[in-house]
Design a protein around this ligand. Structure first.
Ligand code: OAD
Ligand code: ZN
Length: 268
């Protein structure tokens, strides 16, 4: 089957279904300039997940190699400042407008699905631009650009990056305690998981976009959808753990395929 035939098949499945649910991963934002985790040159290729992916690793690295934390943060700030929703995100926003998408479940913390126009976004690994109080758990969202600029200025200002300095600079909750970024690190509890399972169990189509499907429990969502009777469409140029359950697999970039699907839906 050619790529064009597969896109036609995806359009047919989406048209014949009630609203679809999206399940996305880092590949969805690759064309926005955000590196994925596990592809060559990806985040876990450049940085050790043991050092930067867990709370204890982070504290350990901060004590021994604060330069690594600084360069990770500096690098990350510039990438997120430059990142805009790509044509794939925008196509999903337009598909929601057409009544074809009910919810987006994402492992991404970059806020790009919301910026692309989706209104119901379940962020199972949190959001980088939201803070959570270390004491009372209260959450507070920040405006992305001013938040990133603030961290950039703070990093420039701090001669040495140590725990005391970081605690001093963390934003404060109304209760007076410091707030941390509301993202999920390895070993921490995922978010919105109950709602995500409800969406997976209730959808008739799940679009699985740009995820390696190796980090649980989120990675189980496509199987849940399939078991509940949904059709699974996967778009990912790389290898897949979902090959066994996907009804349709399109091995291309989401930023290329989703706008094409949208265009054909609009002209169908
Ligand atoms: P990965 O880096 O594990 O996988 C990215 C996937 O995107 C791969 O399957 C690629 O083939 C695919 N990909 C690359 N470019 C693409 C493109 N342009 N279009 C479509 N697909 C593309 O990222 P995730 O699956 O998101 O968790 O990783 C899951 C979790 O592992 C992350 O949420 C994060 C990480 O550790 C936490 O931080 C808790
Ligand atoms: Zn608080």
């Amino acid at each position: 089957m050619t790529l064009s035939d597969k896109i036609d098949q995806a359009v047919e499945i989406l048209q014949g279904a009630a609203e679809a649910v999206v399940f996305s991963g880092a590949g969805m934002s690759a064309e926005s300039g955000i590196p994925t985790f596990r592809d060559p040159g990806g985040i876990w290729d450049q940085f050790d997940p043991e050092e930067l992916g867990t709370g204890s690793g982070l504290l350990h690295t901060l004590a021994r190699h604060p330069d690594r934390i600084r360069s990770f943060l500096e690098n990350t700030i510039e990438i997120f400042l430059a990142a805009k929703p790509n044509p794939g995100h925008l196509a999903l926003g337009a598909m929601e407008q057409m009544g074809l998408i009910r919810a987006v479940i994402t492992q991404n913390v970059d806020n790009l699905h919301q910026e692309g126009g989706n209104s119901r976004v379940l962020e199972v690994h949190g959001n980088l631009f939201r803070q959570r109080c270390l004491a009372c758990g209260q959450k507070q969202a920040s405006e992305k650009v001013s938040y990133l600029m603030h961290i950039r200025r703070t990093l420039h200002k701090l001669a040495s990056l140590d725990l005391a300095a970081i605690l001093r600079e963390l934003p404060r909750c109304r209760c007076g305690s410091p707030m941390r970024p509301d993202v999920v690190m390895f070993g921490e509890a995922v978010q919105d998981m109950h709602e995500s399972f409800v969406e997976a169990d209730g959808c008739s189509v799940m679009l699985v976009l740009g995820t390696s499907g190796v980090v649980y429990p989120a990675a189980a969502l496509p199987q849940r959808a399939k078991q509940a009777g949904a059709k699974v469409i996967e778009i990912n140029p790389g290898d897949s753990v979902y090959a066994g359950i996907a009804d349709l697999r399109i091995t291309e970039k989401t930023g290329r395929v989703l706008p094409e699907i949208l265009q054909r839906l609009q002209h169908a």
